[in-house]
Design a protein. Sequence first.
Length: 702
Amino acid sequence: MIALLPNYNRASPRVCEAISTKTSEVSFAEPVVDDPSLSPPALRLANDGDVTAMEEGGLKDGKKKIIMVSPRLDAQLGGYPPDCGTKELKYLSYAKVLRDRGMTHPMRYSATRVDTLGFAMPERYPLFSTDFGAHSFHHLPTDSVVLSQYGLGIALYFKYLKVIAWLFLFLAVISAPALAVYVVGGGGTYADVTALARQNLPSVLGITSIGHLNEAGSVCDQALENTELSLTCSAGEIGFVKAIYSTYDSQGSCTCPERNKVSESTGQCRGDADGSVCQANGAGCFLGVHPVSLRPCCSFSLGETTQTPFFDDMRIRKKKGCGSNMAQEIVEGLCLGKKSCSLNVSEALTYTWELDAENGTICSVAPKTVFIETVGNITKKVCQVRLNDESDYSQCDANKSRALIAYGRCFTTRIDLSSSWSLKIIGWDSMSIRLHLETVLSNAPPFAVDLDRIRVADVQFGKSASRHLRLLGRRGNVVRRLEIAQQRHKKLKLLNGRLNEYVYARRERRHLRAINKLEAKLHHFNVKLEQWFIRQKRRKVREAVTAFVTFEEEEGFHRCLQEYPDLGWLHRLFQPYYKRLHGKRLRFRPAPDPTDIIWENLHHPFFERVLRQLIVALITLGVLFVSFVLIFAAKEQKTKLDLQFGGPTSCPSNVFKADVIQDEQNKLTDLVPYKALVECYCKNFLADQYVHSSKNANYGMY
């Protein structure tokens, strides 16, 4: 009924004028008959046919009566007058649709409640008190008595909703302990989480999201001289390190200092502002986020240009003329590629680490060669340095204590099939796309919600290794065939002495030839895999094919599509430089549904997939062409047969042989229209007899 409303607005004047004068004098909100109970019983209308007959002035008994009766008894109208419409849809009421639209069930009326016009009011459907029938968790009747009147589809739909509601409740209950353990075991104290919850509760609830379960965060530690510094990743390995050795108060901080912390009870700053700065000898008063720990923190001043909380004094920074240049190399050599690392901070100690090209550790001094095994003459290169080998403390305050601060980023792991028989777990490359997107989108104009910071929940890279996987698959097939051939050869050896010597020698030569051939193929694939591995080691960095980015808020998703519209390569050619990642232009599209991603085809290279698609398309077009030719030929043949023999326009119920003979004679004389009754007779004959009997039928015509 609602879908037909546009027809009402476009009704022609001629149709509207066809309505009787009595109806046109009544407004939309005024009924024709005030009280339905006052109408005489003889004029009560049972169905739409009676209404039509009554309006046309005729009844079923044939008597004509000039009377105008309102179709208010029609349940679709509910007492409201009909509006302009066609002859088939003349009982539409726009006023009733406006009253019932989107709020109530249009076919369920109250027996007690009426509107201002005195008509029955629609009732809301009692969803929560309705029995939807049997489902997976209760033993109820299979059929829903309440929903049966609305059809099987409606009943099954609400049963499905009930099953899904119970299912997700069950999943939430069984996953709650795991999520609780993850939240409790995460970084930060309970006080930090509580303070953050007071500021932004959705961000705390986002800790339990699926994206966070696969994410490793950052770690930071600060240690004074002659104390221990430790970095430990909760997941993944350390893939990035920034370390500075200088005076303690000039290098920044890992967490919010005590004077800058927010109140645990209110979540607000404890200091009072005096313009753009805080009052002297007080606490921080401008609420913001600590640049390293990303926790709520209060600054003592606002930025001059941005007028936002100023946290530059808390950032990890290096002061010119006050620090050691070897601190970065030492922490990188001891921590990169490891899940955890620790070192004693001392200017008197010598730090030693092994150079690793895979993790990118370097040594500014000449590395030393040490022997691992003197017998096998196996050596390795190590770097040995001290903190003060390259240092400058001329601008440092001599009265201030020195400290080492180290910030590391942990990256999740992936599986690299770099060896023939083993798996190697290595860390992801640095996912700088996360920080890049958060910076660009946080400064972008809001789409629907004005957020202070857009956060990326998770980034998953997809890297192409189709050639490697294909080589491993073909090599595995050769290994399987080689094992079968070797087993057959062992079984043949058991028959030595039982078979004829000539037969045994011939079969053994055949088995050995097959084994040698398969071993040659295996060696060939081993060489190819080794060459592929050497090329990958030379590249050091593998290019990702795509990346799936998950945002914590929907606002981030819309801002990303707004800032990076996919309008073609010409538009990306003029992409602003600040939107690019390391100078590379970025292209973003909404990610397809998981069901649309065919993971099984990832082991095939791109050109092979394109070739398969072309072959399938050509086969499909070929089948369509052949089908078209066959259909066209069949149509042509049928047309020729119809022109030659004719076809019956309609077959009589009973066609006898004499009728067929007479019809064929009429065809020769052309005095009577030819009806082609022979086809009708053959169809009836085949229904009772076999095909062989129809071939022997004699019509007596020569």
